[in-house]
Design a binder for this molecule. Structure first.
Ligand SMILES: [Zn+2]
Length: 352
């Protein structure tokens, strides 16, 4: 069975021009996101807009090119810049719900990332299932973009611009998982740091961006380099724990809770822990059982894994379901992408 393919948009030029082209091409999903999110927050939206101003100031200061690109997106989609910016401030949109993650915001993701000696062919293989509210499936867009003087990026986005995962032609990839931490603060939104990580040309530079001292919070960012190095950056606003693939047999795995002992004190969503642990257990099972054998087939088996259902890697039930699945061969710069659950939908290959 094959579902409607995820649309692809391309953009190139200055940061503003790239943003504008994306805004025009993804006007429909962007306006739908704006409408739905404003509706969800109702009268609180105006308060949130005011609270987002210091986040805007931090972003303008530290990521001016990202800010220009966002101006372009808002203009191209013909939506208010302040609304568009607020859509990127998960730190505010989540906190407003006082520790209760809203159903539509309940994200999960499962990741297995492998480099030599964990892979069969010496390539760098990344497998990622992205779990969101089912309605997000209709807002997925693949973006191929190049801002002048930056690497070309192939990314899977929600609404054309909010990047979930991606890779660039400097040989870097970014995958990872949502975390819920209790030390979020005013700063550069984590979602915007993701955009900047993919603008980098070295693993060290991407790592520095992930660890930006002015970050408002952090995802678990898995940064991979074609050269064969992977680093798992399990971060919060004020701390981070790094796991390098060469110190863990070549493979790293992660889902949606803090694993490193030094990070446990930042965990803000204990209720969700069990649903993340089942998927994490399977990711580590694959890393261990298939060490030295990981390739496309093992990755495809992992993303279709139903052990521990309904809290399985391929997730069909609950507030978040698998809305897309991606397998990346970073060595050959290829991405296989399936919209919806990968057990029911075919993978299509995309070249960077
Ligand atoms: Zn399935």
């Amino acid at each position: 069975m094959s579902s409607t393919p995820i649309p692809i948009i391309t953009a190139r030029g200055t940061a503003y021009e790239v943003g504008y082209q994306i805004g025009v091409a993804a006007r429909e999903p962007l306006r739908a996101m704006q409408f739905e999110t404003r509706h969800e927050y109702g009268a609180k939206w105006q308060t949130l807009l005011a609270q987002a101003i210091p986040f805007q100031n931090a972003t303008r200061q530290h990521l001016p090119r990202v800010m220009q690109e966002m101006r372009g997106v808002a203009d191209g989609a013909d939506i208010s810049f302040d609304d568009f910016f607020l859509l990127s401030v998960e730190e505010l949109l989540y906190e407003e719900l006082q520790g209760q993650v809203a159903p539509s915001k309940n994200k999960g993701c499962s990741d297995l990332a492998a480099a030599p000696p964990a892979t069969r062919d010496g390539h760098v293989w990344l497998a990622h299932n992205n779990d969101l509210g089912a309605s997000a499936r209709d807002q997925l867009v693949v973006a191929k973009l190049r801002v002048a003087d930056e690497p070309e990026i192939l990314a899977v986005t929600v609404g054309g611009w909010f990047i979930s995962i991606g890779m660039n032609d400097a040989g870097l990839a970014l995958t990872g998982n949502q975390l819920n931490a209790n030390d979020s603060r005013v700063g550069v939104p984590r979602l915007l740091l993701v955009r900047d990580m993919l603008a980098q040309t070295t693993l060290d530079a991407a790592l520095q961006t992930a660890l930006h001292p002015e970050r408002a919070s952090s995802y678990n960012n898995i940064l991979s380099a074609r050269s064969g190095k992977i680093v798992n950056v399990e971060g919060s606003a004020t701390a981070a724990a790094l796991t390098w693939s060469d110190a863990s047999g070549g493979a790293v795995a992660h889902t949606n809770h803090y694993l490193d002992e030094t990070m446990w004190r930042f965990e803000a969503d204990l209720a969700y822990l069990a649903m993340s642990e089942t998927r994490c257990t399977r990711a580590f099972d694959y890393a261990r059982v298939y060490r030295g054998e990981i390739d496309f087939d093992i990755c495809a088996r992992f993303v279709r894994d139903h052990v521990f259902a309904p809290w399985s890697v391929c997730k069909h039930a609950g507030q978040s379901v698998t809305v897309f699945s991606a397998i990346l061969d970073l060595t050959d710069a290829k991405m296989w992408l399936a919209g919806g659950n990968p057990c029911q939908n075919d993978f299509t290959v995309l070249d960077l």
